[in-house]
Write a protein that binds this ligand. Sequence first.
Ligand code: ZN
Length: 202
Amino acid sequence: MQPLIDHARSFSRRSADRPDEFAPLAHGQSPQALFITCSDSRVIPSLITGARPGELFELRTAGNIVPPYAPGLPTSEAATIEYAVDVLGVRDIVVCGHSHCGAVGALVRREDLTAVPAVRDWLAHTTHESASAAWPAAYQDDPAVADAVRHHVLTQLLRLRSYPCVVRRRASGELRLHGWFYEVHTGTVLAHSQDTDSFTAL
Ligand code: ZN
């Protein structure tokens, strides 16, 4: 932890020397996109996209899961998505899954999550639509769970399309959705093509 503290300390000093870069951020934000990805420490959205402060609104969840929209049941995820779409007016939403994802791996391999009940219940609550038992057996043999993650990303995009704010903005042609897959060991980013229904290089 100490290296992180040391960096934060020096970052504060260096930021104070660059008021032109940071001072305007006090007036608000106008991010280009909402970036939904996993909490995994190997996935750094600003590193992948080159986003500067104020350019990317982020939602990070275990397994980059977008929970089913449930009126009357407030969730942090729904609040973040609604704020990004209706208040900040983002024009694009990226759902970015990644290779070697622990959450997706646990689902595919049907791992015993008794020791981590919050993780178990989160995955069970949020993935009941795509029963893990239905996933191809071949998915279990891949340590990178690449195909499983790509399938999983598409499921989250389907969920997003049911959010009322997303429905409205897509109907008016003001919002685009993107499915990405990031390889943590190579830095490669693939994007889902609706035309071919496959993931190809950006
Ligand atoms: Zn993950």
